[in-house]
Write a protein that binds this ligand. Structure first.
Ligand SMILES: O=C1O[C@H](COP(=O)(O)O)[C@@H](O)[C@H](O)[C@H]1O
Length: 223
């Protein structure tokens, strides 16, 4: 793991957006089509705001969430909603979006169809992740029903997750899909998450699922 700390969050968001834009640009020079996987939650909005205005061949980029809350896009907790509102606007409106939600009461009914759409995008070219203070990343929650399957080396691409701390049912890209990304960045803010990241080093991936992606990741932290 590489750790980058920044004096303040605003600076970090700009620098990280710039870094992601260069990685996307380099990937677009080497590939006809590029995948860009991004988190939801409360942290990445400012990065999306910057990236949405960057000049890139967005029409050759497929954006997909790292995980999704099983709610329609009209719901305020939908990760797709955040991504559409903050990233897929301005210049980035030309990107293709692959949602991880489909209109079904439970994800199991549509998982195979969603996974078939993800498969051609792998390995992910550029991956941005968040982390919760409970050491979850994407929707790999400690103690979740579905976590063991999602952490397995032979896991399916997409796994349903149900966890007390997660609110609604989730789907998440499995740990192996995230860990295989060509470039992985984790963005976190605040003292609580920094302590959680330090604590994770002494735990197992079951207890601290963030560990499953850290080997090849750069963690970006600001107070
Ligand atoms: O529930 C989620 O949480 C993580 C972390 O979110 P944050 O609000 O603490 O930044 C996020 O990365 C993930 O995509 C989301 O579904």
């Amino acid at each position: 793991m590489t750790f980058e700390d920044y004096p303040d969050a605003e600076l970090m968001m700009f620098d990280l957006a710039d870094l992601l834009a260069s990685e996307l640009s380099m990937a677009l020079r080497q590939n006809d089509a590029v995948s860009f996987c991004v988190p939801g939650g409360t942290t990445p909005g400012p990065i999306f705001d910057v990236l949405s205005g960057v000049k890139l061949d967005w029409d050759r980029v497929t954006v997909l969430p790292s995980d999704e809350r099983w709610v329609p896009e009209s719901h305020e907790r939908s990760n797709a909603r955040l991504i559409r509102q903050r990233l897929l606007t301005g210049r980035a409106a030309n990107a293709r979006f692959l949602p991880l939600y489909a209109d079904a009461p439970e994800p199991e009914a549509v998982l195979d169809r969603l996974a078939a759409e993800i498969e051609p995008l792998l390995p992910l070219n550029v991956l941005l992740l968040g982390m919760g203070a409970d050491m979850h990343t994407a929707s790999l929650f400690p103690g979740a029903d579905g976590l063991a399957e999602a952490l397995d080396d032979d896991a399916p691409l997409l796994v349903p997750i149900r966890a007390p701390g997660a609110g609604e049912t989730r789907v998440t890209l499995s740990a192996r899909v995230l860990a295989d990304a060509m470039s992985c960045h984790v963005v976190i803010t605040g003292a609580e998450k920094r302590k959680a990241l330090e604590r994770a080093q002494d735990l197992s991936a079951d207890e601290a699922p963030i560990l499953s992606v850290l080997a090849n990741a750069t963690v970006h932290w600001a107070p």
